[in-house]
Design a protein around this ligand. Structure first.
Ligand code: HEC
Ligand code: HEC
Ligand code: HEC
Ligand code: HEC
Ligand code: HEC
Length: 159
């Protein structure tokens, strides 16, 4: 009986994990709204050379539209005020892997991987949360399926 309670408490604390809850962001930017306008992912996430980083857009990309769109919104006024002070919005990051793992976006896009393979249904979301799986297990599962290497030294510095 005592065991059962411990199991129940453990499972409750598991469900209480905030992993599927979007973090509070500086302004309520919606991928669903903006991708719905016809904007492509790459119009904001430029994947600059050498291609590891996809990049988070600077305020000047937003102001291309928001200098004239929804200027009466307090969120857009906050965006404009950061822009005018030449500051970037302090977005809370959602996906990151430790520095000891090699990973290149460009290599994966060239190999045919799609954003949704790792990030889920971004275009349907008003607020992003970590719905895609970027654990070592998920990386290795796809490498196995696509016949990419699963040698430890492929993703980690060889010792
Ligand atoms: C191609 C033009 C365009 C670009 C670029 C753009 N937006 Fe928008 N955005 C819109 C439009 C249009 C709406 C209004 C949709 C509606 O409610 O009718 C909107 C709505 C918003 C809203 C909701 C405002 C409110 O209070 O209702 C926020 C916040 C926002 N955008 C932030 C951003 C940020 C941050 C960026 C840059 C990363 C950005 N937008 C880039 C066109 C754009
Ligand atoms: C108008 C610009 C804009 C467009 C278009 C856009 N994004 Fe974003 N994206 C952002 C902004 C701003 C953030 C940071 C705020 C957030 O996390 O929602 C972001 C964050 C993300 C993140 C999380 C990054 C992290 O780890 O913190 C992913 C993943 C992402 N975008 C994927 C996509 C995909 C896939 C598409 C196309 C379906 C797309 N984005 C289209 C502006 C854009
Ligand atoms: C094979 C898996 C995979 C694919 C495919 C993928 N990503 Fe990512 N993405 C990641 C990982 C892993 C990170 C964390 C990288 C880090 O911490 O260095 C990430 C981080 C990001 C970020 C945060 C900024 C950055 O570069 O770290 C954005 C934005 C993003 N991805 C957008 C996209 C978009 C847009 C696409 C499709 C064009 C895409 N990703 C395709 C795995 C992927
Ligand atoms: C959608 C399937 C898929 C997922 C998910 C995936 N990979 Fe890959 N990965 C590939 C393919 C396909 C290649 C290309 C293999 C080749 O060219 O031989 C590759 C190549 C690589 C390379 C070598 C590319 C280079 O820069 O030279 C590394 C490192 C790598 N993946 C790490 C990762 C890590 C870390 C993750 C998890 C965060 C991951 N991969 C998730 C399919 C995937
Ligand atoms: C396809 C890419 C890939 C391959 C192959 C790979 N790893 Fe990893 N590994 C990762 C990623 C991604 C992480 C970080 C996961 C995270 O933090 O969520 C990681 C994390 C780790 C960690 C830290 C785990 C922790 O819990 O702190 C160790 C140790 C490790 N890997 C060892 C190995 C060994 C040993 C091999 C060979 C059998 C290997 N890895 C093969 C991608 C890979």
């Amino acid at each position: 009986m005592k065991r059962l309670w411990i199991l129940l408490l453990l499972s409750l604390s598991h469900f209480a994990q905030p992993i599927h809850k979007p973090p509070a962001q500086p302004v309520p930017y919606s991928h669903k709204t903006h991708v719905g306008l016809g904007l492509s992912c790459k119009s904001c996430h430029h994947n600059p050379d050498p291609g590891e980083w996809m990049g988070i857009p600077e305020t000047k990309i937003c102001m291309g539209c928001h200098a004239s769109i929804k200027t009466d919104s307090p969120h857009i006024q906050k965006l404009a005020s950061f822009h005018n002070q030449q500051k970037q919005l302090p977005w809370v990051r959602i996906y990151s892997i430790p520095g000891y793992v090699f990973f290149s976006h460009r290599a994966h896009l060239e190999a045919g991987a799609k954003c949704e393979n790792c990030h889920g249904q971004v275009a349907q979301r008003d607020a992003l949360y970590r719905e895609g799986d970027i654990s070592m297990g998920a990386c290795m599962k796809c490498h196995e399926e696509t016949k990419a290497s699963n040698d430890c030294g492929f993703c980690h510095e060889p010792r």
